[in-house]
Design a protein around this ligand. Structure first.
Ligand SMILES: Nc1ncnc2c1ncn2[C@@H]1O[C@H](COP(=O)(O)OP(=O)(O)OP(=O)(O)O)[C@@H](O)[C@H]1O
Length: 585
């Protein structure tokens, strides 16, 4: 795992923009620190009684100039920093999304998706807020404090008076270090519970149809409610401690102010400092309370976002287990056969072997049929062919080249895999079919739809191929969904087509015409057909029967019928089933 330093790298590559922004903010604050001095001088002149109308206008103009310059410079600084923060957010979300694409299926099946959504949404925003507010307010506050102290010193306010007045404020760093870790721990819990809620919401919406059919809404509401309660509890814990923290800082500001009035007032009465200096001192102390509170806020949000940043960096450090080897070369599978040699496979973390000593060959241009009971390892074998999971070296060969010697992109782009429950995107039917090659001509889309026997259904929709699916779109039946997904695989016209139980939801007549049309179209191309129904695979050049991860029978349909075994048993059951159906009809 390569540690990531996302924020550090971002700030480093934009350091000059940050430097310009910070210098704007700081200059603005230096100018702002003249404001108490102007009022102080005005008070002294007022006390001496030599104030004139012109002097009043001059002082007013001076204050206007201070206000305008501060507003302009600090505003520019803030704008630049906010803009940089938004760019960070945009850049990080994009980077996270690109990274999600590289992670393996195994990673998603272990960790779910909701958590990542939460990272993309909540964590990135938390970090953006903290860098924007953090840099802006820190620059504001530090410069204002330094300028204020400097101005007090050069204006003959005694250093001991300044120390006495500022002393209560110096407790702030101590408070911050006491509260920081507590706030960080609690905010991490809040983010985690937000992640769990997103995960739960995603799952519940995904399964809303099942929930409704089983009428278990109250159970689901309760289950979701628990995640929301968890957020509330964690947030209350956080709010309690951060409110106390927020309240302590203004309290210390008020203490400072009391000392200023008492001690400063005493020194003014005894003429140690002028009335103007006393007024300036109170204004400077007042001026310092806000920045100190801002520093507190910044540290608070920084603590909170540190947890988020750590999580994002950790996520970006995760590398996919499935990667191209350094020697990998693009594959050309157009005339390649597939050879599987003594392949045994156990899923990562699983205790039991899923496939055991699989040995088979698919000659180029031939069709292999695979049949077997549910859970016998058929899909697993296909996932290994696609390198969704990694097989042991030397067990899967394409044209005598080990699968690990081929680049993943070239391998997957030359295999069309059609699963049983192909996911359809919320876009048009045309886009779903032309998924692999968006620029495919309409005639190819139509042809694929015809081959998948879905053309007529699509043509019956008012908007035909432009019909939108999913949200705010039309809902397809299970069989229509399956055939649309099949058309998506067919249009790829790949050297190897894998149909993993992909006609299970269509009737036997349609299934036969789909299989026949695919046989005709793919005469010279390799096809692997996986099915539970013998009718779907009986024409294959070779059929293997899988049982509990082992090949228990192999041969042509005719050969297998002659043997006593699972195949003949399945055939009898399925034949009897169809005869029974015919009889009932
Ligand atoms: N990601 C995984 N991690 C661990 N075990 C898995 C994983 N995926 C599948 N399995 C297990 O591997 C075995 C074979 O599953 P597989 O999906 O390959 O069977 P199948 O023959 O395709 O079944 P079906 O006909 O029901 O689709 C099952 O026992 C399943 O629980």
């Amino acid at each position: 795992m390569k540690p990531q330093r996302l924020l550090f790298n971002y700030i480093r590559s934009n350091w000059y923009l940050y430097a310009i922004a910070v210098s704007f903010t700081m200059t603005g604050n230096v100018i702002q620190s003249f404001y108490p001095k102007v009022i102080g001088d005005f008070t002294d002149q007022l006390e001496l009684g030599d104030i004139t109308r012109t002097a009043i206008v001059d002082y007013s103009l001076l204050l206007l100039a201070v206000g305008l310059s501060f507003g302009l410079l600090a505003g520019m600084g803030q704008y630049m920093i906010m803009r940089l923060g938004r760019r960070f957010e945009f850049y990080t979300r994009n980077r996270l999304f690109v990274h999600f694409m590289t992670l393996s299926e195994n990673y998603y099946s272990k960790h779910g998706v909701g958590k990542w959504l939460s990272y993309v949404i909540n964590d990135v925003t938390a970090v953006r807020e903290s860098i924007s507010a953090g840099i802006n307010q820190t620059a504001n506050a530090t410069m204002l404090i330094i300028s204020a102290v400097f101005m007090m010193l050069i204006n003959d306010i005694p250093y001991y008076l300044i120390i006495a007045c500022v002393l209560p404020l110096l407790v702030i760093p101590w408070i911050v270090t006491r509260f920081g870790p507590i706030i960080r721990g609690r905010s991490m819990k809040v983010q985690e519970s937000l992640g769990k809620m997103t995960e739960s919401a995603e799952e519940q919406f995904g399964g809303i149809r099942v929930t409704k059919k089983f009428a278990v809404e109250p159970i689901m509401i309760d289950r979701f409610g628990q995640t929301v309660d968890n957020i509330r509890d964690n947030q209350l814990h956080l709010v309690r401690v951060s409110s106390l923290f927020q309240a302590l800082i203004p309290f210390l500001g008020a203490l400072s102010f009391i000392v200023t009035i008492l001690y400063g007032g005493y020194l003014t009465i005894h003429n140690t400092i002028s009335l103007g200096n006393f007024v300036a001192l109170t204004l400077y102390i007042r001026m310092m309370v806000n920045p100190l509170q801002q520093i507190g806020n910044v540290i608070n949000t920084m603590q909170r976002s540190r947890a988020s940043l750590t999580r994002i960096n950790d996520l970006l450090s995760v590398e996919s287990e499935i990667q191209d080897s350094l020697e990998a070369k693009p594959a050309d599978l157009s005339h390649a056969g597939v050879a599987i040699r003594h392949l045994s496979y156990t899923y990562p973390g699983a205790s039991k072997e899923t496939l055991h000593d699989i040995d088979l060959t698919v000659e180029p241009g031939k069709t292999l049929g695979i049949i077997g009971k549910t859970g016998s390892g058929k899909t697993t074998l296909m996932k290994l062919l696609l390198r969704v999971y990694d097989s042991p070296e030397g067990t899967i060969l394409f044209d005598d080249r080990d699968i690990h010697e081929l680049t993943i992109e070239s391998l997957r782009s030359q295999i069309a895999y059609v699963p049983q429950d192909g996911f359809l995107f919320s876009t048009t039917i045309r886009d779903n079919i032309a998924f692999f090659r968006r620029e495919s001509g309409f005639e190819h889309v139509e042809k694929a739809a015809r081959q998948a026997q879905i053309y007529d259904s699509i043509a019956a929709f008012p908007e035909q191929f432009e019909t939108k699916l999913g949200e705010r779109g039309i809902t397809l039946s299970g069989g229509q969904r399956q055939r649309t997904s099949l058309a998506r695989g067919i249009i790829k016209n790949a050297p190897l087509l894998i149909m993993d139980d992909s006609v299970s939801a269509v009737d036997a007549v349609t299934e036969t015409s789909i299989v026949n049309s695919i046989r005709k179209e793919r005469k010279s191309k390799t096809t692997i057909l996986i099915a539970h129904r013998i009718s779907a695979i009986k024409h294959a050049d070779e059929i293997v029967v899988l049982n509990e991860g082992r090949i228990v029978q192999r041969g042509t349909h005719k050969d297998l019928l002659k043997q006593q075994g699972l195949y003949a048993e399945l055939y009898t059951i399925q034949e009897e089933g169809s005869r029974h159906v015919d009889h009932v009809r």
